[in-house]
Design a protein around this ligand. Structure first.
Ligand code: AMP
Ligand code: MG
Length: 316
């Protein structure tokens, strides 16, 4: 489970390999091989309209995939790469359409994990990789999360628990600044330290952010955000509670506290793990306490709302 050389050979052979990044585990294939990329969609049961992020090991590789030479790319790369920031840029013809779901743009990032970097370098090609989970389910932050839910992967590289724990921030570049297409590990404030924000807001549901569905990251058991209205509707003796801080409002069967010090970054590293743990436990219902929406809390609440979306709507 930790043979990077073997994993790189598998990628070169057109196979699909799960590997750790600093955000979550990815399900990777040679980004330049459309047949290999097709297997990612197949294994994940991912709809073809949802494009993949391509992972590179250096800027030279990046500039082979985009014709864009906007100087802000180098500024952002200097500040945040390797790290949890994805840039959506015009693509070159080297990038197969299946990777970008037919869009003229490609999402690119340089992951900050020694295993991911070595894998890309040894494979000698950029690696397209979405999170290594079935479409719409909880993202994996440990190797067992992947093995449990995607046993069909050709190989799972184990790099231990991931450091950031939620996905990358995805941005586009407009003439007057950045637009956040998906909140993530790098905050708006982090970005504002380097370049200005655009006055233009991305239209929700636009092809600009095709993967931004209302439901995502969802456990296989009912999952709700805690509220007083919810308290009367659930049986706490059959429910697990993911606590952020403060008093535990009901006698829940299980309680997980991802951070003892109300540290949102620490919470982010553990939230998907807590969801996996409760999903695999004997409770019937999962409840998460909302967290403050500042800094990385914006990305956390984005994930929690999407995980709860279908359950709250009573749609499933
Ligand atoms: P993930 O599932 O975490 O790998 O993230 C993939 C997400 O990145 C997709 O669901 C899209 O929202 C976003 N994405 C990837 N490529 C593009 C692109 N070319 N344009 C806009 N968004 C993209
Ligand atoms: Mg995902």
């Amino acid at each position: 489970m930790n043979d990077i050389k073997k994993a790189a050979q598998l990628i070169r052979d057109g196979k699909v390999v799960a590997f750790p990044t600093e955000t979550v585990y990815g399900l990777g294939a040679n980004a330049l091989d459309p047949m290999a990329v097709a297997r990612i969609f197949e294994l994940k049961e991912r709809p073809a309209f949802d494009p993949l992020i391509v992972h590179v090991s250096d800027l030279e590789q990046l500039y082979g995939l985009t014709p864009d030479r906007d100087p802000r790319i180098a500024l952002l790369a200097e500040a945040f790469w390797p790290g949890p920031l994805t840039l959506v840029l015009e693509k070159t013809s080297h990038v197969p359409d299946i990777v970008t779901s037919g869009l003229p743009t490609v999402g690119l990032r340089m992951p900050d994990h020694p295993v991911a970097q070595e894998l890309i370098r040894r494979a000698g090609c950029p690696i397209a990789a979405p999170s290594a989970n079935k479409f719409g389910r909880i993202s994996p932050t440990e190797a067992w999360h992947v093995s449990k839910n995607l046993p069909e992967a050709d190989y799972v590289l184990d790099g231990g628990p991931t450091r950031v724990g939620i996905e990358s921030t995805i941005i586009g570049l407009r003439p007057d600044g950045f637009v956040i297409l998906r909140p993530g590990g790098i905050t708006r404030e982090d970005l504002l330290g380097i370049i200005p924000e655009s006055s233009e807001a991305p239209a929700p549901g636009s092809p600009e952010a095709p993967g931004m569905l209302a439901s995502h990251y969802s456990p296989a058991k009912p999952f709700y955000l805690y509220s007083e209205a919810l308290a009367g509707r659930i049986d706490p003796s059959r429910a697990g509670y993911i606590r952020y801080s403060g008093e535990i409002p009901l006698s829940f069967a299980r309680v997980i506290t991802p951070t003892q010090t109300a540290d949102l970054r620490e919470y982010a590293t553990r939230i998907f793990g807590a969801m996996h743990e409760l999903e695999a436990s004997d409770v019937d219902v999962l409840v998460a306490q909302p967290v403050p929406e500042n800094g990385i809390g914006i990305a956390i609440m984005d994930r929690l709302r999407k995980a709860a979306h279908d359950w709250e709507a009573g749609a499933v």
